[in-house]
Write a protein that binds this ligand. Structure first.
Ligand SMILES: [Mn+2]
Length: 349
């Protein structure tokens, strides 16, 4: 369950903390930061890391996030499990001596750590980025389905018990991140999942997965279905303005389930940015790299093999911009952009 790698990385963190304590009696405060608009994996990983810093090292640690917790399920997760977290807008960063990033890395454009700040610790399962090489403590494992699984192993390595609420968070993080193991073969996560599942609170899990959805969710869903387009095996939907950016990946996931389609693209505008999500059923694809090419130098993006997200600054003509992005993706996938056509859902009577 606890790999040698985890023991090694935990020991490195432990000796870092020991050394810092020897240097000054005040070890300083830690800020653990999720990526912006945090998903269940980022929330669970951050929450578990704060727990580790508190209980294993008696450190003062705070969980922070950028953007907003938008998706109804994620809001319910925070509420039902009592996850304490603070928007970075309400934090004075000068109060913290150490920063840790979970499920994200420095300068990826999807977290709110100031670009000039080098974090002390990065734990992630996305491919390593260049700026991460300056970080003293790095644990990146792309073979893990969820970052939260890596952090959970640290807790076990520290000899700490994982309480029911944390086990519930971990189970939900693994489920949602891997789509119940349908996506990205979650190898090392499986054993941990099996051990944690009996400890998870099923009633709360059910409440999170079936969280009440606001009316604007259904309004956006209708827009998504009205604006469906396709070329070959690619399905596309442009949402226009959205109430919260998390709806973009959520719709991209849904579109990928359309029979006969192996790629999906969803776009939507929020706060002067056009957000994009790409999904594919091909585990050997490189959606993350594709996304980075798509957003170019003006935007930011990244991801794994089958899922990717990013954003570009919104132009005045958002519709034209969304169309251009879809055409570029089609071209990159060797599909003819001029053959993108609407999908009309009205079935013949
Ligand atoms: Mn993740």
């Amino acid at each position: 369950m606890i790999s040698d790698l985890t023991r090694e990385r935990f020991a490195a963190l432990e000796s870092f903390v020991d050394k810092a304590r020897k240097k000054s009696r005040d070890p300083g405060r830690w800020l653990v930061l999720t990526h912006d608009n945090p998903d269940p994996d980022s929330l669970a990983a951050g929450w578990l890391l704060v727990r580790l810093l508190h209980h294993a090292f008696k450190l003062d640690a705070t969980l922070g996030y950028g953007g907003l917790v938008g998706r109804a399920e994620n809001r319910e997760m925070v509420r039902a499990l009592g996850i304490e977290l603070t928007s970075i807008r309400n934090l004075d960063l000068s109060r913290f001596r150490h920063f840790a990033l979970v499920d994200t890395q420095p300068r990826t454009g999807n977290n709110s750590l100031p670009e000039a700040t080098v974090p002390t610790l990065v734990i992630d399962h996305h491919p390593q980025r260049r700026a991460t090489s300056q970080v003293p403590l790095v644990d990146i494992r792309v073979d893990y389905g969820a970052t939260a699984s890596i952090v959970a192993e640290y807790l076990l390595a520290a000899g700490l018990k994982i309480p029911h609420s944390a086990a519930t968070a971990l189970v939900y993080a693994i489920r949602s991140e891997t789509q119940d193991f349908a996506r990205e073969s979650a190898g090392p996560d499986k054993a941990l999942y099996d051990e944690m599942l009996p400890r998870a609170n099923k009633r709360l899990l059910g409440r999170i997965q079936n969280a009440p959805l606001p009316l604007d969710y259904f309004a956006t869903l209708r827009r998504a279905l009205e604006s469906l387009q396709t070329v070959d095996t690619l399905v596309i939907s442009h949402l226009g303005d959205v109430e919260q950016p998390d709806i973009v990946p959520e719709i991209a996931d849904l579109l990928l389930r359309l029979e006969g389609k192996t790629w999906s693209l969803c776009t939507g505008r929020f706060a002067e940015r056009v957000f994009l999500s790409i999904r594919t059923t091909n585990p050997r694809a490189e959606a993350g790299q594709l996304m980075r090419r798509l957003v170019g130098r003006r935007g930011k993006g990244g991801g794994h093999s089958m899922i990717a997200g990013g954003w570009v600054p919104a132009k005045t003509d958002v519709e034209g911009q969304q169309r251009a992005l879809a055409e570029r993706l089609a071209k990159a996938l060797r599909k003819k952009p001029e053959k993108i056509v609407p999908i009309i859902l009205d079935a013949e009577e």
